[in-house]
Design a binder for this molecule. Structure first.
Ligand SMILES: C[S@@+](CC[C@H](N)C(=O)[O-])C[C@H]1O[C@@H](n2cnc3c(N)ncnc32)[C@H](O)[C@@H]1O
Length: 213
């Protein structure tokens, strides 16, 4: 089960992602899609160890991170003592009033939440988002394979830094990488599952106009 115990273990190695090119590219893309303007008030839903929230803060946004993992919240605060982070469960009512945030971002979180609860989570996002607001969500695709993502990361590293640096990095990160692959295989097996049509199928129930990119 993907409970807080699972995430606690995963977070022991999670931040090696910060030196992995596809993760860096994904973060950059999310930041670009958010089109952050100074003072934007942004919710990072499922903020984990704070990687994205910290980047948003550096771009001038004010972020509130929420995550149900106390350990994740602790890691986030260690990296950014001033971070505003709340430990709470996304599948329950969010502790914010209606129309509160300018923007909401959620990176690789929804696919870990059960399909029955996922719709309520998204409805809560819309409740706390200002009517003129924007939501940016990323999720892995249906049929994703941790080993293929790893191969892609190595190929990108090789292209950018050449064979020697890539080999050194692989060796340095071998243990945490194996652990990551293990946790990802657990997410695949025990996670809630991907439904790439989730938003298009639920548009009416969400009751909002969605632009799916
Ligand atoms: C794959 S991690 C992504 C972390 C972070 N968004 C990032 O970009 O690095 C998934 C995150 O979702 C959080 N999460 C999963 N289910 C949750 C729930 N029901 N309520 C709050 N957070 C949840 C986990 O604790 C974990 O931090």
């Amino acid at each position: 089960m993907l409970d807080t115990k699972f995430w606690r273990k995963y977070f022991e190695v999670y931040d090696i992602l910060n030196v992995v090119i596809p993760y860096q590219e994904l973060m950059k893309e999310l930041i670009s899609k958010l089109e952050i303007k100074g003072g934007d008030f942004i919710l990072d839903a499922g903020s984990g160890t704070g990687n994205l929230a910290i980047m948003i803060t550096k771009k001038g946004g004010r972020v509130i991170g929420i995550d149900f993992s106390e350990h994740g919240v602790g890691c986030h605060k260690k990296k950014d003592v001033g971070a505003e982070v709340i430990c709470c469960d996304l599948t329950k009512s969010l502790p914010f009033q209606n129309n509160y945030f300018d923007k909401i971002v959620s990176n690789n979180v929804l696919y870990t939440i059960s399909l029955e609860k996922r719709l309520d989570v998204v409805k809560e996002f819309y409740r706390v988002l200002k009517p003129s607001g924007k939501i940016v969500i990323s999720n892995v695709r249906e049929g994703w394979k941790p080993a293929i993502i790893y191969k892609d990361a190595i190929a990108k590293e090789y292209q950018k830094n050449g064979s020697i640096k890539t080999l050194i990095k692989i060796i340095k990160l071998i243990i945490p990488t194996l652990r990551m692959l293990y946790y990802n295989s657990k997410i695949k097996k025990e996670g809630a599952g991907i439904n790439s049509k989730f938003f298009s199928e639920n548009m009416e129930k969400i009751g909002k106009e969605l632009k799916i990119i």
